[in-house]
Design a protein around this ligand. Structure first.
Ligand code: ADP
Ligand code: MG
Length: 693
């Protein structure tokens, strides 16, 4: 259970003054629904209101806070003219200017004949000094509250700067003192403030420097978050290691048959990865290994051979894919090979219901299925294996750590192999997988032709279509990917449908359409027709992104390529260049391109090395946005920005290792404080491993 001293932070923001049912959703959109989310909503800058000149000395363009006498109101005479209030001090006059000002309200704020403290940007206009819409107008007694360094927060529609600042301050007042979880000598070396002091420094800054991203306070909080992340991963890992494992070591008889049935031999990288996996499986501890390999590097066969090792010992294996299409494709690849060795394969997806599903489950429980291929349907509670020894999770970035554990729990001592085709930069890898053992397939199967990538403006559509027509006459098959529209599947679809209609007019009924809203069987049918060649052009939204394999497809057209993430473009391009024919990828962009977009498309043109592309993507876009969309499943950080705080990540990893080495149960005083840290950053699941282990 979460320590009660954190309760005030995890309370709903509606417990803060002035936040009711109407405001809460706006804050939820801005940063979150809990008090702690407001604390994490850090200022992007400051406004320094400490400058306190006389009217005559106030320079144009600067923020000033001035004590002025309110002389006369001049309500606006027409809708176009602003409401003006003339003020003065012993050096001169100042006009306060309000567009659409409400007279009754303004007279209450600025009573004639009284003194007021006003603060805002000073303008010199027609030989007059004025402030348009002052940020503050308060009685002289409140001068000190205004003459400060004011934090400036990111906003959202419906919330004013003043409201957000006030609410964050209220949240800050709820923040308790927490026990120090960081190493004291480390804090001293880094000149790092304590947790609460860091929050104070950021939300009540004394200068611009206090809030910049590499200020000691920002770094302190970023390090807290990264340590929570690394510690949680290390704990989950340690708890898996503690679970009983068993040595799985096949005799190779099934593998030999399957390898003999393959028309090619394994690449060196495949052989190396398989040896690493074999060594892990042979140990009496649980394997947790990540197999990273670019699209087309041949991960499937590695997964199958690993699975065969389990089957050779009389146990079962599961291979899980993130989508139905992919699960079916794995089945199609694996089944004929497995059949050559008499290995029985089953398929279980969300589409299997009722009797059919019951039959699969019964066969699984009886051990009549050796390898089960499927989607996340494999997680369901009633899916029971007779003896699961290996779980392979493909395209892991779509699944969470949590699910990884769940699948591992389905057998008595399950080895887990995680496969990802998304090249993840080393720094990000650490945040998602911690210290997980890794194998890399850094070599493509022989005979692959490089993909000729060209970057063209959309205005050259006619030429593109002409080129596609020529290629089709010569027997080519074409993927045509339509614009990705942020957060709107419907407009994605409309664009794809339009393009499908357009291309159908030109090319007739040999143009197919596949999109995310289609039902499984309909989708499979179109994909199958494209794979067989009944369709020559496949118009698609990004559903084809992951894993689809049609070696005859040699042309990839991507419209509005500038809207895609680099990782996504790389995945899409990986759909071609899989066969023996020369392949082309056309990246069509909407002019004009921003400098950054130009640089990103240029990288695509220049290289096919997924790891290089991923590193560049991180450099150009910063950590949070890498891999394009939120679907990446990589952890998102509220406080740490890896493009600035990247150096802290490795430190946090080492620190987590040291901590668990000395105090694996987190029972020392620092360990207790670290538990608070884990809860503070929602790593409850990690704390639970302490008890269950
Ligand atoms: P990934 O899942 O890593 O994207 P796949 O496992 O789907 O890649 O393999 C891509 C293609 O390469 C498949 O058609 C597969 O049969 C083929 N392939 C895999 N390994 C080799 C190899 N060593 N030599 C030749 N072709 C291979
Ligand atoms: Mg694959």
């Amino acid at each position: 259970m979460r320590p009660s001293l954190l309760n005030p932070l995890f309370a709903s923001i509606t417990t803060l003054p002035g936040i009711g049912a109407k405001m809460a959703p706006l804050y939820a959109k801005l940063c979150g629904e809990r008090v702690v989310d407001l604390l994490w909503h850090l200022p992007s800058g400051v406004v320094d209101r400490r400058f306190n000149p006389k009217i005559a000395e106030a320079p144009s363009g600067k923020v000033a806070t001035m004590l002025v006498h309110v002389d006369t109101h001049f309500p606006s005479s027409s809708a176009k003219r602003p409401y003006r209030v003339r003020c003065s001090d012993d050096t001169g006059f100042l006009h306060l200017v309000f567009f659409h000002g409400r007279e009754d309200w303004l007279r209450r704020q600025l009573p004639e004949g009284e003194w007021r403290v006003v603060s805002g940007v000073v303008e010199h206009f027609n030989n007059e000094i004025q402030i348009t819409h002052p940020d503050h107008m308060v009685p002289p007694s409140e001068q000190d509250a205004v003459m400060t360094v004011e934090p400036v927060y990111p906003l959202t529609a419906g919330l004013s700067a003043r409201m957000v600042a006030k609410t964050v301050r209220a949240a800050l007042d709820r923040a308790p003192d927490l026990p120090e979880w960081q190493d004291e000598s480390w804090l001293a070396r880094q000149k790092s403030p304590g947790w609460r002091a860091a929050l104070e420094n950021l939300h009540r800054p004394d200068s611009e420097r206090a809030v910049i991203e590499d200020s000691p306070s920002r770094r302190r909080l970023a390090y807290d978050e990264l340590l929570a992340n690394q510690l949680a991963l290390a704990m989950v890992r340690a708890s898996m290691r503690k679970l009983k494992g068993r040595p799985v070591k096949g005799d190779g008889r099934l593998r030999t048959q399957v390898l003999a049935a393959l028309p090619w031999s394994l690449t060196r990288a495949q052989t190396r990865a398989l040896a690493e996996i074999d060594a892990d499986m042979a140990e009496p501890i649980r394997m947790l290994r990540l197999l990273q390999g670019d699209v087309g590097s041949g991960k499937t066969i590695v997964a199958l051979l690993a699975a065969l090792s389990a089957v050779e010992t009389g146990a079962q294996a599961a291979i899980m894919a993130p989508t139905e299409i992919l699960a079916r494709q794995h089945l199609a690849t694996i089944e004929p090979l497995a059949a050559s060795a008499g290995v029985r394969i089953g398929l279980l997806t969300g589409r299997d219901k009722g009797k059919a599903r019951d039959r699969i489950l019964a066969a699984l429980a009886d051990g009549e299925i050796d390898i089960l291929v499927g989607t996340h349907a494999l997680f369901q509670e009633d899916v029971v294996f007779r003896d699961l020894a290996l779980a392979v999770i493909d395209e892991q970035h779509r699944f969470g750590v949590h699910q990884r554990l769940e699948l591992a729990a389905k057998g008595s001592a399950v080895d887990v192999l995680v496969m990802t085709a998304t090249p993840i930069p080393r720094t990000l890898l650490l945040t998602a997988y911690g210290d997980m053992d890794g194998s890399r397939l850094d070599e493509k199967p022989p005979g692959r032709q490089p993909v000729d990538t060209r970057v063209l403006p959309l205005a050259r559509m006619e030429d593109v279509i002409g080129g596609v027509a020529r290629a089709i006459r010569a027997g080519a098959r074409v993927y045509w990917v339509c614009p990705l529209v942020e957060e709107s599947e419907n407009s994605d679809l409309a664009a794809a449908e339009d393009r499908h209609r357009h291309l159908s007019q030109l090319f007739g009924d040999r143009v197919g359409l596949v999109h995310g809203k289609m039902k499984g069987p309909a989708k499979d049918k179109v994909m199958a027709e494209f794979a067989e060649g009944a369709l020559e052009i496949l118009v698609a939204t990004t559903v084809i992104e992951v894993g689809v394999n049609v070696p005859e497809a040699t042309i990839m057209v991507i419209e509005h390529a500038e809207r895609f993430g680099l990782a996504q473009l790389h995945q899409l391009r990986g759909r071609v260049g899989r066969g023996t024919g020369a392949s082309t990828c056309l990246l069509l962009y909407d002019s004009p391109l921003s400098e950054n977009a130009k640089a990103r498309l240029e990288i695509m043109r220049a290289t096919e090395d997924g790891f290089l592309i991923a590193e560049e993507d991180l450099r150009l876009r910063g950590g949070g946005e890498v891999l394009g969309t939120k679907q990446s499943g990589l952890p998102e950080f509220a406080l740490a920005d890896l493009s600035v705080h990247g150096d802290l990540l490795a430190a946090a990893r080492d620190d987590a290792g040291l901590i668990l080495g000395r105090d694996p149960d987190l029972s020392s005083p620092r360990g207790q404080a670290l538990r608070v840290l884990l809860y503070l950053f929602d790593r409850d699941a990690a704390v639970r491993t302490l008890r269950s282990g």
